[in-house]
Structure formats: C-alpha cells, structure tokens
Design a protein around this ligand. Sequence first.
Ligand SMILES: Cc1cc2nc3c(=O)[nH]c(=O)nc-3n(C[C@H](O)[C@H](O)[C@H](O)COP(=O)(O)OP(=O)(O)OC[C@H]3O[C@@H](n4cnc5c(N)ncnc54)[C@H](O)[C@@H]3O)c2cc1C
Length: 372
Amino acid sequence: MRKVKNLIVGCGLSGIVLAERLASQRGEEVLIIDRRNHIGGNIYDYKDKATGITVHQYGPHAFHTNNKKVWDYLNQFTRFYPMNLKVSAYIDGQTVPVPFNFNSIEKLFPHFIAEKLEKKLVERFGYDVKVPILTLKKENDEDLKFLADFVYRNVFEGYTIKQWNLEPDNIDAEVMARVPVFIGRDDRYFQDKYQGIPWNGYTAMVKKMLSNNLIKVELETDFKDIKNEIEAERIFYSGAIDEFFEYSEGTLPYRSLRFDILIKNVEKEQPTTTINYPNNYDWTRVCEHKHFLNEKSQQTVLSYEYPEAFVEGKNERYYPINNSETQQLYNQYLNKAKELKNVYFIGRLGDYKYYNMDQTIARALELFEGVK
Ligand SMILES: Cc1cc2nc3c(=O)[nH]c(=O)nc-3n(C[C@H](O)[C@H](O)[C@H](O)COP(=O)(O)OP(=O)(O)OC[C@H]3O[C@@H](n4cnc5c(N)ncnc54)[C@H](O)[C@@H]3O)c2cc1C
C-alpha cells in the first residue's frame, strides 16, 4: 500500500490552489492526480504550433474578480495582461455588444427610436447602470416594455434554448430576471475591478503554482483505478461527487459542450473575442482566441461551441443542471460526504456548483484555512 499525506484528485484550479497552499504554507507533501493528460483542468491553454496563438482548449476563459484577496494571490504566480472581455451577439445580420447597451440599440433601431429609448432609460434609471429586463418588462411605459421583449427574444431566449436544450416555457423566470440591459456605452462584458489574462497563459501560471518540490503530479491517473492501492491522511476530491460514491443515490446531470477548433487564413475574423449566436446556426458562440493576449499572426484560431448532453466516457461535465430535484440529490451526497473523515469535496464537480475562476480560488483558499 502506497502512503501519502495529501492526495488531491483533479489537477484543475481547485486542486492546484490547495496543493500550492499545503506545500508552501504548511510544508506538506502532496500527490495530485488527474485522469486527463495535462494540468489545469478546464483552464488549460496551449500555443497552437501553426499560428503561435494561445488557444483555450475548453472554451474562452477571461479572468475577472472584485475579490482583492484572490487577485493578490494569483499575482504571485503571473502578471496579468490587461484585457476586458467584449462579447457581441449576432442579431438581424449585425454584431452588437452584449450586455445590450446604447451602442446595441443604435445599431439595430432607426435613429429616432434609439433616441427615444435611450432618453426614457436614462430618465427612469440613471446612467451607467445595469437593469434586469424583468424590471423593464414591469414598467408601465410601452417603449420600455417593447425593448425588454426585444432583448429577451433576440439575445436571450434562443441562446438559452440551445445551451440547456429547454422549451421556452421551462426557462426559469429567475434566470430571465438576471438578463441585463446596460444603460450607457460600456461595451465590457464584466465591470469587475480586476480583469485580465495571465501574461503567458493559464497553463504557465498553474505550472508555476505546482513548481514546489513537495508537489508531485501524476497525469492519466483515475482515482477509481488507484483508490485501493493508496492510503492518504487526507483526500481532496475535485471530481464529480456522485462518481465518488459510485452513483449510489442516482446520477447528477450535467450539460456538456463540443468545441470545433478551426484555423482560418485571415488576420482577424471578429470584432470581439466572442460572438454569441442566439438565433442562427447550431453553435451558441464562436471565440477568436488571438484577442485574449492581442497576439499577432496572419492567421486566426476560432472555436465553435456546441452544447450537448453529458454522456459518461464520451465527453466532459461542464455545467451542473440546477433545479430543486438536482439540489435534493446533491444534498443526499453531501450528507454522505459529511460521514467521511478526512475526505473534502471541492470545485465545480465536487460542490456541484457553477464557479467562475475567482469563486473556485476563493473556495479553495477558504477550505485550506479550515483544514486541520
Ligand atoms: C466553457 C467554459 C467557460 C468558462 N469561462 C470562464 C470565464 O471566462 N471566467 C471564469 O472566471 N470562469 C470560467 N469558467 C469556469 C472555470 O472553468 C472554473 O471555475 C474552473 O475551471 C474550475 O476548476 P475546478 O478545479 O473546480 O474544475 P476542473 O477544471 O473541471 O478540474 C477538475 C479536474 O478533475 C479531474 N478529475 C475528475 N474526476 C477525476 C478522477 N476520478 N480521477 C482523476 N481526475 C479526475 C478532471 O479531469 C479535471 O481536470 C468557464 C467554464 C467553462 C466550462
């Protein structure tokens, strides 16, 4: 039987932060395993050999946070290339900024309508603010209601149906309530205080985080194949919680994605990093990777993103499907987890929660501080 102090399952961001902290702050040995053949989990990126462009293999990742602690933590391992994500939506043959703002309104509506809508929005809500479309819908004013309906139908509805394979009637009203209209001209997708892309990419950043001699990484190693051969004082598990318990309570559903990555012989294809396609084609969005680090090349790399059902062994788990039924099932696993000593579940698969990168890091730092 092989003995280790800390076994971390999953070499994604959650596992990497924990490994880094245990080694650097407590001087403890860590074995971190992953069944994939690379480090980084879903934030893994690589330099495409033909073009020299850094490609985000598992979809576009833009770092953004208001959490200074998380920002300072990451800045120990990388400088950030200042980059504000910009996203457009392809509507009526035009690409317009999303969240929908004054620039979008002016691209899609005749001047006199745009002017009227903007004036009413500013008078009612002020300038430089985000307003959920459900709030607009509840207004007595016919023009504001019209705008809310337009944004809902053209920006949100088709995208959500493709992304989640839902009928329009089954779209959660709460989800709809969060779709914003931005009153102003700020084209950035996020307004967070800290935003950027690791200067040499995410993989270089996590490599540095793992560079402590106390950390050993073993790839192409599945927990289920080694669990009977290894004795660990503590296990941190960032794989799927239902898989850990061999699906004893049932299967937690996920939505998956397929990425078709394409090189094109044009210098630049898109005005923004990402274009969403709510109403056309089968893909939900197309990402042009050279925008992240403003990389120069005569060619460009694009990834077309197709949502699909998660099927074990065929594709990856990406998005937990959150509803009262799945939450109940997850809680059953959580209760089982509480009975275990020295096994900690973490990350978007272990916690069955959609975490952005900053939330993933905050959660791992918090767990580290609480571990005896
Ligand atoms: C398409 C997409 C776009 C995103 N864009 C953004 C963005 O722009 N900004 C942002 O902040 N966040 C973004 N995120 C979220 C971000 O990817 C996550 O916050 C982060 O990657 C979570 O890290 P994790 O370690 O919890 O999970 P993961 O990265 O999934 O890592 C878990 C690892 O565990 C391994 N594993 C699982 N089971 C086993 C097992 N039994 N044995 C061995 N290894 C196992 C897996 O192979 C995987 O490598 C995006 C996510 C997706 C899916």
